[in-house]
Structure formats: structure tokens, C-alpha cells
Design a protein around this ligand. Sequence first.
Ligand code: HEC
Length: 187
Amino acid sequence: MFDRGAGGRGLIIMRNFGAICTALMLGAGALAFGLTLHAAPAQIDPHSVMSDPAQARSDYIEHCGGCHGIRGDTVPAHLPELEGRVGWFMCTPEARAYLIRLPNVAHSRITDNAELADMMNYVVFVLGEGSAPVGTRPFTADEVAHERVHALTNMNLTAERLRLANQLVHQCHAPESIRQLYPGEKQ
Ligand code: HEC
């Protein structure tokens, strides 16, 4: 109904105003088509994924920043660099779970799961900005509650990380350097 009505109006306009109107309509159509082509899904706004961004940031600094650096820029310590790359781990369900099952995260003194979810969203979307695949869902309190009871042990961490990093390279086209704790690490 609506389409036919709009088309009918278009025809009347063309008859009334002739070639100039036709040209205008074609131009508008081309513009709309161009806009559609360029409307790729946008990266999530990092500040929309936390209910309390200031709390999430100070939790990170207090509980994690001593080892991982205030901005997630760990190097040159022999620790995984988070800045601009930790978001790759959001790309498969297992690698996503790994982020919550890490001993320091799962056993964090932050017992409130919503607060821990917020802090991990800070880690992934602010420190790791640009590295989470487009369309990545933020962590929720329920997800954190579910995963943190399956904490990894220090025994199997290195092997598990390498297995997941290979997944990210093969399934998500993550850079090969994700296999290393930081780009340029000597194996
Ligand atoms: C005592 C130092 C230390 C603290 C504190 C610490 N981490 Fe870690 N983190 C490490 C080490 C070492 C690794 C490598 C895996 C392992 O041994 O746990 C790691 C691994 C990680 C990884 C995986 C990155 C990758 O590329 O595999 C993430 C994400 C992470 N930590 C986040 C956090 C968060 C969030 C906190 C705060 C709750 C935290 N860490 C606290 C030392 C620390």
C-alpha cells in the first residue's frame, strides 16, 4: 500500500516537472544507494558497555594495573599485552570464556559479578579498543557467574592460551602475533 502510494506520487511529480525532476530523483536514489553501501556496522562504543565506567577503571587499576600497566601496555615485563589486542579473545566462545576463567580474573577479590563484568568490559573494549570483532556482545553478570567457577589452573594456562590463539588465527584471522604474549616476544 505505502509503496504504491509513494510510487504514484513520484510519477505525478515527474509528469509535472519533467526531466529536471527525474534527474533529481535519480541523484537522490544514487546518494541513498551510496549511503547504504557505506553503512558498515560500527564498532561498539567502549563507554556504552559499563554501567559504572569510573568504578570499572579504578577496579582495573587496583586489581590488575600493577602487573598489566595502567593502559594495558605491559611490555617490557614478561606478561601478555592487553592494549589494542585483548579483544581478539572475544571472537570464539572458548576464548571468550578463557578471559573470565583466568586465575587472576576468576579468583578476583571483586565478588560482585556485575562489577567484574563491567571491569572486563573495560579491559576488552577500552584497553583493547578496536580488537574485539564487530558485533561483539559485552560480558554480563550472568556470564561471569557461569564462567568464573571454571577457573583455569596455572598448570594448563600456557598450553590453553596457545590452543586458543591458534583458534583466533585460523577462525578469526587474528594477527599471528596473538600467539605471543606481546608482539615481538622471543619464543
Ligand atoms: C600478579 C600479576 C598479575 C595480576 C595482578 C593480574 N594479572 Fe593478568 N596475567 C598475568 C600473567 C602472568 C598472565 C599470563 C597467564 C597467567 O600466568 O595467568 C596474565 C594473563 C592475563 C590475560 C590474558 C591475556 C592473553 O593475551 O592471554 C588477561 C586478559 C588478564 N591477565 C587480565 C587481568 C585482569 C583483568 C586482572 C585483574 C583482575 C589481572 N589480569 C591481574 C599477571 C597478572
